[in-house]
Design a protein around this ligand. Structure first.
Ligand code: ADP
Ligand code: MG
Length: 285
């Protein structure tokens, strides 16, 4: 179910001294099966952009089509769109409210009017998908760790079986181990056939997982390309308050020192291989 965004502009509080143009003529399409990273400085429009992807916000200027359906059209039912495009908010754990994990994850499927056994099956599947063991189902979400709470919230969205999962800075505030685990889980969700849109602050995270990057700057799309191409624009990214991944920077520094390293390296494994190979060749001389 592709998401097409056409000439989307959004202005908060128009006509007031606080008027902010959060999106300015944004056009892009999310295709089935992609793993898209959305990156940009704070305030660049990332959250406003993704809120339009599942019609949480409806376009005022421009169009958003989900599976060919124009979400801005009056009288358009949004239920199906919100089921197809699951949106995980930033700090989603603050929205947990049920007495047990099971009830919280079941909330969405229950609203779909599914029979009890189907609901139970969806809850089990969604929890398994995010690595929550069944013995947690009866617990209160508030007894869980921060990382577990966040997984409960994600499971609640997955239980709707969305074809696209959109996550707003899902690893913000987690420790390094928690971040890594959650990123691996999201990668697994993508590999099992779900389209993923991941909003992130971290160039290193998006470099590792995403096949395409959308770089937002002041409400506009600055770059929309595979990571390798985006990271060629180091100086422009720095001007936007962003940076290339650490590996790319390391390679740049080593190149300046005379090491013969190929362009376009931004993942740890590739970086390690290239340096070892360069050193190996060096020792032959
Ligand atoms: P990001 O997610 O990249 O940090 P946002 O989409 O949250 O960016 O914000 C884009 C711009 O819109 C910022 O300048 C922000 O201050 C402003 N903004 C966001 N939400 C609101 C709101 N509810 N009311 C007024 N201004 C807002
Ligand atoms: Mg945001």
């Amino acid at each position: 179910m592709p998401i097409e965004i056409k000439h989307l502009t959004h202005v908060y509080m128009p006509g007031t001294p606080f008027e902010t143009r959060a999106l300015d003529d944004v056009s892009l399409t999310i295709h089935d099966g992609e793993f898209v990273g959305v990156i940009g400085h704070t305030g660049s429009g990332k959250s406003t952009l993704i809120a339009h992807m599942n019609a949480l916000m409806r376009p005022e200027v421009g169009h958003v089509l989900v599976g060919g359906v124009d979400v801005g059209e009056k009288n358009q039912s949004l239920i199906e769109i919100r089921r197809e495009v699951g949106l995980v908010f930033q700090y989603p754990e603050y929205q947990l409210f049920e007495e047990t994990v099971e009830k919280d994850v079941a909330f969405g499927p229950q609203n779909l009017g599914l029979p009890e056994e189907k609901i139970a099956e969806r809850v089990r599947d969604a929890c398994a998908q995010v690595g929550l063991s069944e013995d947690l189902l009866g617990k209160s979400p508030f007894e869980l760790s921060g990382g577990q709470k966040r997984r409960v919230a994600i499971a609640g969205v997955l239980a709707m079986k969305p074809s696209t999962l959109v996550l707003d800075e899902p690893v913000a505030g987690l420790d390094p181990a928690g971040r890594e685990e959650l990123l691996q889980l999201i990668q697994g969700i993508h590999q099992s056939g779900t389209t993923v849109v991941l909003v992130s602050h971290s160039m290193d995270d998006v470099a590792r997982f995403c096949t395409r990057l959308i770089v937002m700057n002041k409400g506009r799309v600055a770059f929309d390309a595979p990571p390798r191409e985006v990271f060629r624009h180091g100086s422009e990214l720095r001007e936007m308050g962003l940076d290339v991944p650490e590996c790319a920077r390391l390679c740049e520094l080593l190149r300046e020192k005379g090491m013969d390293l190929p362009e376009g390296i931004f993942r740890v494994q590739d970086c390690k291989r290239a340096i070892l190979s360069a050193l190996g060749e060096g020792s032959k001389c």
